[in-house]
Design a protein around this ligand. Structure first.
Ligand code: TXA
Ligand code: MG
Length: 572
């Protein structure tokens, strides 16, 4: 759309809200964009505040309207993939792979920018974030405007991102000429931001396109063993990873204090779930006891609210506002409702919001990332985290490449876990414990499958399935998080102790473990040779079978000692 055809005007200080029914309804807001004005519009993630990305004067208005720090770069939105090439220096194979897999959709790819992108947009960086939204209104609006559209979330800086047009109206009425109302946003959390300037993708902000989804397409498209690093909020705060400038700012802050109650979903048995509800209730009760008559907000699932309403007195209930996101375990619902929930509980004037936390991967990561930021320094130590972690025990097996010995050990360990029964905390026969074996390699690449002979050996001998195994390189955190770490040789164990001396107390090679715990092995063919487990890599299936048998016999002999070590026993 040429700037000379229409000169759209909205009186200064007024904000026009458009409810589009037909494409024609978007002509006016598109003309505003093309003329260098601001327009808020819906996307599948959150509402964006758009301006012509090639027009520095227009882009400056965004920073002014939002009160946004000028060192925080903006994402540039396009209507079609073919519009991207002019905005960046090159589209490398990694970028192309993720573009093909996830665009249009809730992902932003950070690439090296071309001279088309003004410095104001990229906040002086040499890179630019590119996004192609899948929302039909966003797509048509950008297409009609005929320009790439720079757009941050359409909220005042620091407040929760807007997922409904009413949220934008609250924050920006009078400050921008036009809001396009497309109803509530489908996803509810901002896009996944992925740096694709290197060989491997780096996730700068988690979103609805998850780590697993990204790893999967990279593997499928033959982008070799992607080492997908996830940048955490902490790393950014500590200055280790200053690549997503926006992450350092205070975000999503409600007026109320906000506490996270963990966890809405657990892998533990149903008895524990009631404990989770009870803990949620006691948090709310505690807050109600500070009897200054103030009200409390609860962002939770249906089951939790039913339970609480049953338990709370009528007088207490009058002081509690609920925002229900769906069933307790509905993470999509929780993500979609989070910002709306925080905003509407704030509107009620509550003093303290209690929000359900989730445990897990995928969308949970994005949800918890936003929730933790919203809680900010008002975040309370959640009462159930220690409870939760005390109810799983994790054992890590370590070899070199994490494709032969340690995945076999992991598989056999998990078979033994299943075969040997249910587990409880020692001396607490009604507290169930989940026992989990996993593996990693000191010199592993990330993402390689198990060696086919290794998979074959444990499948034929023990019915274990290694087809889903993907190698992982050892990380310091793994040595912190696991309760017991077993290495295939004493050399490996020594290396691990050097990586994390603080955790040396729970690291052993198999032979060191036997020795330390005074476990005497029955004389057998599989156990009678060298104390360490030699690498079968490249050998024939017979050698793998021997290795698997050996691991099985070792782990069986160690079993009771391992349980004792982990403070658990078998449910009688
Ligand atoms: O879903 C979304 O991404 C929404 C909708 C409107 O598209 N937009 C959005 O924009 O969330 P904003 O500005 O609120 O957040 C953009 C984030 C910031 O954390 C920013 O620092 C980061 O992306 N970002 C933008 N360009 C970047 C770049 N070149 N390098 C690193 N990070 C960048
Ligand atoms: Mg934002």
């Amino acid at each position: 759309m040429s700037r000379n055809t229409i000169h759209p005007k909205v009186p200064k200080g007024t904000t026009l809200v458009i409810h589009p029914n037909r494409d024609e309804d978007l002509i006016f807001p598109a003309a505003l964009l093309a003329a260098g004005e601001l327009v808020a519009f819906p996307t599948e993630t959150v509402y964006g505040l758009g301006a012509d990305a090639t027009d520095e004067t227009a882009v400056a208005k965004i920073f002014k309207a939002k009160g946004r720090p000028s060192d925080n770069p903006l994402i540039v939105h396009v209507a079609q993939k073919s519009d991207i090439k002019d905005l960046v220096l090159e589209i490398n194979p990694l970028a192309e792979c993720l573009m093909n897999a996830f665009m249009p959709g809730p992902i932003t790819l950070v690439m090296n920018k071309s001279s088309k992108i003004p410095d104001l947009v990229s906040a002086g960086l040499q890179t630019v974030g590119i996004r192609m939204p899948s929302h039909p209104i966003a797509e048509r609006l950008i297409r009609l405007a005929g320009v790439p559209v720079a757009a941050p979330s359409a909220n005042v800086s620091g407040s929760p991102s807007p997922t409904r047009a009413e949220h934008v109206e609250k924050d920006l009425t009078g400050k921008i000429p036009c809001i396009v109302d497309g109803g509530p946003c489908e996803v509810g959390l901002e896009s996944t931001v992925v740096d694709v300037t290197g060989t491997w993708p780096v996730i700068l902000r988690p979103g609805a396109v998850t780590l697993d989804m990204i790893v999967d397409v990279c593997l499928l498209s033959g982008i070799a063993a992607p080492d997908v690093a996830v940048m955490t909020h902490d790393q950014v705060e500590n200055g280790e990873a200053p690549r997503a400038p926006g992450m350092k700012y205070r975000h999503y802050a409600p007026r109320a204090a906000l506490s996270i109650v963990m966890p809405a979903v657990t892998s533990v048995v149903s008895k524990d779930r009631n404990d989770v509800l009870a803990a949620f209730l006691s948090k709310v009760r505690e807050a109600l006891l500070e009897d200054d008559g103030s009200t409390i907000g609860v962002f939770c699932g249906k089951e939790t609210s039913v339970y609480m309403k049953k338990e709370l007195s009528a007088a207490s209930q009058n002081r509690v506002f609920f925002y229900l996101y769906g069933r307790n375990t509905d993470i999509e619902g929780a993500a979609r409702g989070l910002f709306d929930g925080i905003r509407s509980l704030d509107e009620e004037g509550v003093k303290h919001i209690f929000a359900a936390g989730f445990v897990g991967n995928g969308l949970v990561k994005a949800y918890m990332n936003r929730l933790e930021k919203a809680a900010g320094d008002k975040k309370e130590l959640d009462p159930l985290e220690s409870y939760y972690t005390s109810h799983t025990r994790n054992v890590l097996f370590v070899c070199t490449g994490n494709t032969c010995r340690s995945p076999m050990a992991e598989a056999i360990f998990n078979i033994l876990v299943k075969r040997n029964g249910d587990y409880t905390l020692k001396g607490e026969s009604d507290t169930r414990v989940t026992l989990i074996g996993s593996s990693a390699g000191i010199f592993a690449e990330n993402g390689s499958p198990a060696a086919s002979n290794a998979a074959e050996a444990v499948r034929t001998l023990y019915g274990a399935d290694l087809s889903g195994h993907r190698s992982r390189k050892i990380k310091k955190e793994m040595l912190e998080e696991n309760d017991l770490i077993l290495a295939v040789t004493s050399e490996h164990a020594a290396m691990l102790r050097r990586i994390s001396p603080d955790n040396a107390g729970k690291m052993y090679s198999f032979s060191e473990y036997l020795h330390t715990k005074s476990i005497y092995l029955p004389l057998s063919e599989t156990l009678s040779y060298t104390p360490d487990i030699p690498d079968p890599f490249g050998r024939d299936i017979g050698v793998y079978i021997k290795t698997a048998r050996r691991l099985y016999d070792l782990l069986s002999a160690m079993w009771l000692a391992v349980l004792a070590d982990l403070g658990i026993e078998i449910l009688p």
